[in-house]
Design a protein around this ligand. Sequence first.
Ligand code: THU
Length: 148
Amino acid sequence: MSDLTRDEQQLVAAARAAMAHAHAPYTRFAVGAALRLTDGTILTGSNFENASYGLSLCAETVAIAAANAQGRLRDIASIAVTGGPMGAPSNEVITPCGRCRQIIKEAQDMAGRALPILCAAPSGESVKRFDLDHLLPDAFGPANLGIS
Ligand code: THU
């Protein structure tokens, strides 16, 4: 974590804290996401599973929808995500699933700037920085529908 700025460390810590709120009784895999807004506000999300498995929501999606619900979709500046098996501190970095990558694409295009994505191991041992063009190259997005 040493190459992270203080703000980035705080964002990763918020994502890790959000894992505690995961509703994941089916997979027992807790995920936390945190968004930093342009004014420094941090919003979080946790995965929210459903007995009808396919309806489950990912942590990143929940966090971005929370920002939108507060009228702040265009204010997202960066994202952190972390997750792993409940009760077994993991050193593995996870990256957003495909659906979340597409949802981050919507947030990024509405923000009009690149959103750095910090992917952290729950242990805090390692963090990787990604940009969306790397995670979702040649993405479909609002511009394809004439929206910016
Ligand atoms: N999950 C997320 O919350 N975000 C991702 O990007 C990948 C997967 C959740 C969904 C499910 O509740 C659990 O992790 C296992 O797939």
